[in-house]
Design a protein around this ligand. Structure first.
Ligand SMILES: Cc1cc2nc3c(=O)[nH]c(=O)nc-3n(C[C@H](O)[C@H](O)[C@H](O)COP(=O)(O)OP(=O)(O)OC[C@H]3O[C@@H](n4cnc5c(N)ncnc54)[C@H](O)[C@@H]3O)c2cc1C
Length: 371
């Protein structure tokens, strides 16, 4: 407003004054510092500013330079682009993936938290490892809670249903009320996939021993039979999607039209858990009793994301949780006897038939007849 009342000459001088200043290196540096401070203090502001810089066709060289100095975090990149970068995804099943969005902490953070309770102690890596193993062995879990992981997961609805039973994580899912579902569904061992790039599950026959699982039965593993079954599964899903689109075209609301979609339809969510709860999830879902599909997700999360980020904690998790065994009182008594040279005899009334079989299998033992 002031400029309106200035004489022409003064206005010209003022313009020259500022343009010469703008060219000055000192001013550029100061500007960058101010922005950097602002952006550090306020993340959403940083996001908005950087979006503005990155997206604006009229962004000055200084703005572009500044936006390149301040890198986007993965989530921000996603928000900018409707098709997020592919390289950070770990493929699971035919269309699913797991991707690390954000993480907090490391093995060192676990040790640091533990030392608050145990005092300074030692600082050598070897001793850090020993401390982490001690914590895991004694179920001193709170130091592991200092670390967090936020994942982006794409998975079939039936896997998501099992996943959401884990209540100690935070979750935000794609809304099929708000948006249309994409025609993407899971088919085990897709017939057209010659060399799958993803962790895949197989179409198996119902297990005779495990009511909740599938067997390795060869009759279903024959190529032609499997292909015909997977082709039929695919056809059914496509028909369901055709009906879904038909309902939408006729004006049926998205929240109702979706009820025709199969459980194999893919959904997506962001899922955040601390390392303690994530290990609990992994322990349950890496187990042979868990469904093969969710097991593949758990394996991918553990091997591709958790292990590289927390190598020592992961090693301790495998040793003291994943590959350790829980023993009942009766099993402990029996094992003590075995170590002292006693025969493998089923103690009267101590084990159910199933428990006894499990015990023998777990320790690769053969029962001896009493006589
Ligand atoms: C192989 C397998 C088969 C399964 N089969 C079935 C099935 O047939 N039917 C079925 O319904 N479910 C089934 N489940 C789901 C299972 O019963 C659990 O709900 C699921 O594994 C989540 O375990 P969680 O409660 O320990 O985990 P989280 O919900 O992550 O909880 C972690 C821990 O926090 C504590 N916790 C959390 N919330 C509470 C609470 N409200 N009250 C008390 N303690 C709490 C508990 O100690 C719990 O172990 C199955 C799971 C597996 C792994």
């Amino acid at each position: 407003m002031m400029a309106i009342f200035m004489p022409k000459r003064k206005r010209y001088q003022k313009k020259r004054f500022y343009s010469s200043k703008r060219k000055g290196k000192k001013r550029k540096k100061r500007h960058a510092r101010v922005w950097q401070n602002l952006l550090e203090k306020n993340k959403s502001l940083s996001f908005q500013c950087r979006c503005l810089f990155a997206l604006s066709p009229t962004a000055s060289p200084r703005q572009s330079a500044l936006s390149s100095v301040l890198p986007f975090c993965a989530a921000e990149k996603d928000a900018l682009s409707s098709t997020p970068a592919q390289d950070d995804r770990f493929g699971v099943l035919n269309r699913g993936f797991v991707r690390l969005v954000d993480s907090m902490g490391s093995d060192a953070a676990i040790v640091q938290a533990a030392r608050v309770s145990y005092g300074k102690g030692t600082k050598k890596t070897r001793e850090d490892r020993a401390l982490i193993r001690y914590l895991m062995r004694h179920r001193h879990s709170s130091p592991f809670e200092m670390c967090e992981l936020k994942l982006h997961v794409k998975l079939p609805l039936f896997v998501a249903r099992q996943w959401v039973r884990h209540r100690t994580a935070s979750l935000n899912e794609y809304s099929a009320r708000y948006s249309e579902m994409h025609e993407e569904f899971y088919v085990p061992n897709e017939p057209h996939t010659e060399k799958p790039l993803f962790a895949e599950a197989r179409l198996g026959k119902q297990s005779e021993h495990n009511r909740q699982g599938r067997s390795e039965d060869a009759t279903l593993a024959k190529k032609d039979r499997r292909s015909s079954l997977t082709a039929r599964l695919e056809e059914r899903a496509r028909k369901a999607f055709a009906f879904y689109r038909d309902l939408l075209e006729k004006g049926v609301s998205r929240e109702l039209a979706r009820i025709t979609l199969p459980l194999s339809t893919y959904t997506e969510f962001y899922w955040k858990a601390n390392l303690h709860n994530l290990f609990h999830f992994l322990e349950l879902r890496l187990d042979g009793h868990a469904q093969e599909e969710i097991r593949l997700y758990a394996e991918t999360i553990f091997e591709k994301i958790v292990r590289p980020l927390f190598p020592q904690a992961s090693e301790a998790f495998v040793d003291y949780r994943l590959e350790s065994l829980n023993l009942s009182r009766d099993e402990v008594v029996l094992l003590r006897g075995l170590l002292q040279g006693q025969k493998v005899l089923r103690p009267p009334g101590a084990f159910s038939q199933r428990e006894w079989q499990d015990f023998l299998t777990r320790f690769s033992l053969e029962a001896k007849d009493e006589g």
